[in-house]
Design a protein around this ligand. Structure first.
Ligand SMILES: [Zn+2]
Length: 218
């Protein structure tokens, strides 16, 4: 399974999954594509992620828009916590992570008989070096989402988040843990990436445990 982040940095991250059997080279609108049909996995009802779904549904016959929140524009298939979906050899597990909005869902994706690392699409729940705002939830919920739900995934899982907030997040991490060498290293790496207009996504869960203060809380 090949999961790619667009190489040009943007505030809104776009990624796609390529199933090796399908050899799909095209980039998806959001958040990823599996040949030969488009699927949209929606993190939340926020307009910054869901805007445009209705137009896509109109334009692409049979397009399925998966999500956990009835407020998601263009929603066709409502999913629930721990629900698993299968697309050829690609598997998707829905992980309910309410807090940023009351209907946030993360998606854990892996391929059968594939040695590549799995991926998790975390929307506005887990960011590189930080986490999302608590728009419709509590700190307790976010803590549970990060340290119980997402932390239970394999450590090598690649983290694809919904926004490029890495530098801002790591500056905050420096305030929390000024002596953490991993935070310092990551911040200087992220700044260099920024200078080259390159994304800092994905990271891995293992890396997040090294520098993300919200995962390091005990
Ligand atoms: Zn967002």
């Amino acid at each position: 399974m090949i999961v790619k982040q667009k190489e040009t940095k943007s505030r809104f991250l776009k990624v796609y999954v390529r199933n090796l059997e399908n050899k799909c080279e095209k980039c998806a609108p959001s958040p990823y594509r599996i040949n030969p049909i488009f699927f949209v996995f929606q993190f939340c009802a926020s307009r910054d992620h869901a805007r445009g779904n209705a137009a896509l549904v109109k334009e692409i016959p049979g397009l399925k828009v998966y999500g956990a929140d009835d407020r998601i524009e263009g929603l066709t298939d409502k999913v629930t916590d721990s629900q698993e979906l299968k697309f050829n050899s690609i598997n998707v597990k829905c992980l309910f992570t309410p807090c940023h909005t009351a209907g946030d869902m993360c998606y854990y994706v892996w391929e059968d008989e594939c040695t590549d690392a799995p991926a998790v699409f975390t929307g506005d729940t887990l960011f590189v070096g930080g986490c999302g705002r608590f728009c419709e939830g509590t700190a307790e919920q976010m803590h549970h989402n990060l340290t119980k739900v997402l932390a239970s995934l394999p450590q090598e899982t690649k983290v694809f988040c919904g926004h490029e907030n890495t530098i801002k997040n790591l500056k905050f991490a420096m305030l929390v843990e000024p002596e953490n060498e991993k935070v310092k290293e990551m911040l200087s790496w992220a700044r260099a990436r920024d200078d080259d207009d390159k994304p800092t996504v994905p990271s891995t869960l293992r890396e997040e445990f090294d520098y993300n203060p919200f995962l390091r809380l005990s």
